[in-house]
Design a protein around this ligand. Structure first.
Ligand code: LLP
Length: 423
C-alpha cells in the first residue's frame, strides 16, 4: 500500500502532481510520502501492540533526518550501524534509550559516543568487540547493555548479497560458541548482559526462515536463563520483504500480521521486550525516484532509453540485479501499445542499466518516469561517481511538500578537496 497514484492522467505523490515537482526541483529526485511512512510504521507496530515492543527503524535503509524525525514522532526507535547514523538518530530526536547499535566493526570512538547517549543495547558481533566494549565502558565508569548477535546458520532464501545468517557469513557469533561467549561476557565489569539478537537477511519473502531462526534463538534464551543470565530483550532484526512488482501478478510478500504470528508461535512465551529493526518494510514503497528521458537510441536492433539518473543515484539494479517497476509520470493513453527497451543511465559503465528488454509504453525525450519502491536503500546508497551531484530528496505530506535534501552545487562537491602546493 502506498500513496503514488495516477490522478487525471498524472502520477501524484499524495496530493502533489509529480510533474510539478520535477519543474520545481529538476530531475532526478527522490520523493517520499509521509502518509505511507506513517502507515507502514503503524501497521508494523500495531502487529505487536499486545507485547512490550521496540520498533527500531533501520536507519541505513533511509537516513534523511526529516524522515527519521517523522518516524520519531510516531514512536519509532532506531537501529544504527555507525557513529554517523547514531548522530542522525539523536539529531532527529530519537532518545538514546530507543537506539540499538548493530554492525561488525564498531570502533571504540563509536562505542564511547553510544555509551554517552545511553543507548538501549549494543548488538555485539564478536568476542574481540566485546572485549573492546568492556574496556571502553569501564574507562567511562558505566556498564554497556549488550545482546550477542548470534548466527543461527539459517539460509534466508533471499539474494546472496543480502543474506547474513549463514555460518559462512561475516555476521554474528557462531552458534556453537554463543553460550561460552555469554559466560565470559557475564564476568566483565563493563558489560551488562541483557539480550539476544539475530538478523538473517533482507527482502525475505518466505516466513519459514524467520520461524527457523526465531525458534532457535528462543531456545537459546531459555538455555541462557537456566545458566543464570538475566535476558530481558530479544532483538529479532529486520528483513521482512516488500512487493517490488506491482503490475505482473507476482504474489505479495507476507503481511506483518503473518510475520507477527510467527513470533507469537516462537517467542511469545518468553516474557522479554521484543525489538525489531525493520527498514525496507517501512521505507521501500514510501519512496520513488523520478527521472527524465534524455535520449532514445538504437544499436543493431536494440532500443535504449537513456535517462538523466544513473547507477550512482540508484545502485540496486547494478549491484543486485534488482527489479524496480518503472512507469511514466503521464499515464499512457489506452491502446498506446508497448515496446521492449533497455533503460539505462549516463554513467560510463555497462552495468549502468536499470532494466533490460523491459516492456514499456512509448517514451520520448523529455518524458518523466518514476522508479517505484525506491525509498529503501535508494538515496542512501547514492554516490557522486562521475562527479554527478547527489540527488535531492523531497517529502510530501498531503498537499504539502518540502525539499529535505537539496542538490549540491559543483562548488560544494569539490569544497572538501585541496590541492597541495607541490603538485
Ligand atoms: N538490522 C540489521 C542488522 C541489518 O543489517 C539490516 C539490513 C536491517 C536490520 C534492516 O533490514 P530490512 O528490514 O531493511 O530488510 N542494500 C541492500 C539491503 C542491505 C540490507 C542490509 N542490512 C538492498 O538494497 O537490497
Amino acid at each position: 500500500m502506498h500513496h503514488f497514484e495516477y490522478r487525471d492522467g498524472v502520477l501524484h505523490a499524495e496530493d502533489i502532481p509529480l510533474d510539478h515537482l520535477a519543474g520545481e526541483v529538476g530531475t532526478p529526485f527522490y520523493c517520499y510520502s509521509a502518509a505511507t511512512l506513517r502507515r507502514h510504521y503503524s501497521v508494523f507496530a500495531d502487529a505487536f501492540n499486545s507485547q512490550d515492543t521496540l520498533v527500531a527503524f533501520s536507519v541505513k535503509s533511509l537516513s534523511n533526518i526529516a524522515v527519521l524525525s517523522l518516524l520519531a514522532r510516531q514512536g519509532a526507535g532506531a537501529d544504527v550501524v555507525s557513529g554517523g547514523e547514531l548522530f542522525r538518530a539523536l539529531k532527529a530526536g530519537i532518545p538514546g534509550e530507543k537506539i540499538v547499535f548493530s554492525g561488525v566493526g564498531k570502533t571504540r570512538a563509536e562505542m564511547a559516543d553510544a555509551l554517552k547517549a545511553g543507548i538501549c543495547q549494543f548488538n555485539v558481533e564478536s568476542e574481540a568487540e566485546l572485549i573492546a566494549l568492556d574496556e571502553v565502558a569501564r574507562s567511562m565508569n558505566v556498564k554497556a547493555p549488550i545482546a550477542l548477535r548470534v548466527n543461527p546458520d539459517v539460509a534466508a532464501g533471499t539474494h546472496d548479497k543480502i543474506s547474513t545468517g549463514r555460518k559462512t557469513d561475516k555476521f554474528g557469533i557462531s552458534w556453537s560458541i554463543a553460550a561460552d561467549v555469554y559466560a565470559r561476557a557475564a564476568k566483565m565489569d563493563g558489560i551488562d548482559v541483557s539480550g539476544v539478537d539475530v538478523h538473517i537477511g533482507s527482502q525475505i519473502t518466505d516466513l519459514a526462515p524467520f520461524g527457523a531462526a526465531f525458534s532457535k534463538v528462543a531456545a537459546l534464551v531459555s538455555t541462557l536463563r537456566d545458566q543464570g543470565h538475566d535476558i530481558r530483550r530479544l532483538d529479532l532484526g529486520g528483513g521482512l520483504g516488500v512487493p517490488y512488482h506491482h503490475q505482473d501478478g507476482t504474489p505479495a510478500p507476507p503481511h506483518p500480521l503473518d510475520y507477527a504470528k510467527v513470533i507469537q508461535e516462537t517467542a511469545s512465551h518468553l516474557d522479554v521486550q521484543l525489538i525489531f529493526e525493520p527498514g525496507r518494510m517501512i521505507a521501500g514503497n514510501a519512496g520513488i525516484m523520478v527521472a527524465r528521458v534524455t535520449y532514445l537510441k538504437e544499436n543493431e536492433g536494440r532500443h535504449f532509453a537513456i535517462l538523466d539518473c544513473g547507477m550512482n543515484d540508484l545502485i540496486r539494479p547494478a549491484l543486485y540485479d534488482a527489479w524496480h517497476d518503472i512507469i511514466p509520470i503521464t499515464e499512457p493513453a489506452e491502446g498506446a501499445g508497448t515496446k521492449l527497451i533497455d533503460i539505462v543511465g549516463p554513467v560510463c559503465e555497462s552495468t549502468d542499466r536499470f532494466a533490460r528488454n523491459r516492456e514499456m509504453p512509448p517514451l520520448k525525450p523529455g518524458d518523466l518516469v518514476a522508479f517505484l519502491t525506491a525509498g529503501a536503500y535508494g538515496a542512501v546508497q547514492g554516490n557522486e561517481y562521475n562527479t554527478r551531484p547527489l540527488v535531492p530528496e523531497i517529502l510530501v505530506d498531503g498537499g504539502k511538500h518540502a525539499v529535505i535534501r537539496r542538490r549540491p552545487t559543483y562548488d560544494e562537491m569539490i569544497a572538501r578537496e585541496t590541492v597541495p602546493d607541490w603538485v
